[in-house]
Design a protein around this ligand. Structure first.
Ligand SMILES: Nc1ncnc2c1ncn2[C@@H]1O[C@H](COP(=O)(O)OP(=O)(O)OP(=O)(O)O)[C@@H](O)[C@H]1O
Ligand SMILES: [Mg+2]
Length: 388
């Protein structure tokens, strides 16, 4: 059953996926735009290419003839995936899913217009006049995002009229695509936000992990915890929406479906057709299978005999405060390692920049432990580690 997996993107999530794959005897070629990326360090082979370059991508696929093409990031020439599928390749979860989710317009229209999921009110604009009109229609405060971006890049909140010009400038210069269209979303005053890890299977039914709570800064996650506190009717609503959108996008694998929990209900926000960064909390042993093991089983078509919650856990990110072209060092690891019921991951990124995620602290205790005390504990440990 050994499969050759072409992993497109070799960050920390890819690294954990490769570790899971190697544990089940799979063969992995890890790809990224720079050498020695985290997943490459544990894979069988590596390729350094620009994945937005169609010819380069085609060359790598033809060279390796993988059984499975597993994207780990959005910034890939995903249109090519449709052709790869026609040529007989398996794209995870599917060419359709990768293409829809890399563009906020495609996924939002599918969610809201076609599937009728509850989302923030939204408009698009591709010039400054249209933008001003859209902001007026949606109302202030509102959130502005480039159609193609991730990790909060190019995103800003308009809190007063004075922010309008700046928001347009940020969204049209910091996005990934080569066009200027942006989305304007009504600001949802949510009480909390969650990721619902959802697993679609080749042979079995759709499975859900216990909801993961998280806190974001600058559009990047700072800490996540599992299980998140949520009413059963909210969970039911989120599961129903997650099932609707993943089955419409088609394919097998794990998905990170993001929701806002607000007083007037549960809002669908967006989803990743792959392991989610907030799902790193599952590395704390919160479940019988972590999110990478679940993704692997789903993409290989292996049975998953249920997902069970085994512990309460928290993840807290270790950020770099410096910029460095050399492999950074880590101060405070020995002390951090002394804390009972905690663990950590250092991703091994070969260079860094300010606020780059370099590692993650994991803490856990038995199910039912007060999450707030675990959050405090994780934050203290994460803050005690310095990247230099
Ligand atoms: N309409 C909204 N109302 C209120 N907050 C929002 C809204 N949209 C986004 N946010 C906040 O910004 C965060 C990032 O937004 P979103 O997930 O859309 O961007 P992203 O760049 O794709 O992030 P990532 O790739 O890290 O998931 C959300 O998790 C949420 O905290
Ligand atoms: Mg998000």
């Amino acid at each position: 059953m050994t499969k050759k997996i072409l992993l497109l993107g070799s960050g920390e999530l890819g690294k954990e996926f490769v570790i899971a794959a190697k544990r089940l005897g799979q063969y992995v070629v890890a790809v990224d735009s720079y050498d020695n990326a985290p997943a490459m360090q544990v894979a069988d082979e590596r390729e350094v290419i620009d994945m937005l370059n169609r010819a380069e991508l085609d060359r790598i696929v033809a060279k390796h003839k993988p059984d499975l093409i597993v994207p780990e990031i959005e910034a890939i020439r995903t249109e090519r995936f449709y052709d790869y599928e026609k040529e007989g390749y398996t794209v995870i979860p599917s060419a359709r899913a990768a293409n829809f989710t890399m563009n906020r317009k495609a996924i939002r229209d599918l969610a809201s217009k076609e599937l009728g999921l509850k989302t923030a009110p939204y408009q698009y604009a591709s010039d400054i006049d249209g933008f001003k009109k859209a902001v007026e229609q949606i109302g202030i405060p509102c959130v502005v995002k480039p159609l193609m971006s991730s990790s909060g890049k190019g995103q800003s909140v308009i809190k007063s009229k004075e922010d309008i010009a700046k928001a347009w400038e940020i969204a049209t210069t910091k996005g990934r695509g080569d066009y200027n269209e942006v989305i304007i979303e009504g600001f949802i005053n949510f009480t909390s936000e969650i990721t619902l890890l959802t697993v679609t299977q080749r042979y079995g039914e759709t499975l859900f992990c216990a909801p993961i709570g998280h806190r974001q800064e600058r559009g990047d996650y700072m800490e996540s915890w599992q299980p998140a506190e949520i009413h059963f009717y909210e969970l039911e609503a989120a599961q129903k929406m997650a099932k609707a959108i993943t089955s419409s996008l088609t394919g097998f694998g794990i998905w990170g479906v993001e929701f806002f929990l607000a007083e007037d209900g549960v809002y669908f926000s967006e989803l990743s057709p792959r392991p989610h960064d907030t799902g790193m909390v599952t590395l704390a042993g919160t479940q019988n299978f972590n999110e990478f093991e679940l993704h692997l089983r789903a993409v290989l078509g292996l049975p998953i005999p249920g997902i069970t919650l085994e512990r309460s856990g928290v993840s807290a990110v270790i950020l770099s405060e410096i910029e460095s072209k050399e492999a950074p060092q880590y101060l405070g690891i020995e002390k951090a390692a002394c804390v009972p019921k905690s663990d950590l991951r250092i991703f091994g990124k070969p260079f860094t920049r300010v606020n780059r995620r370099m590692g993650v602290v994991l803490v856990y205790d038995k199910v039912g432990t007060d999450i707030n005390s675990l959050r405090k504990k994780a934050k203290v440990i994460a803050d005690s580690i310095t990247v230099y």
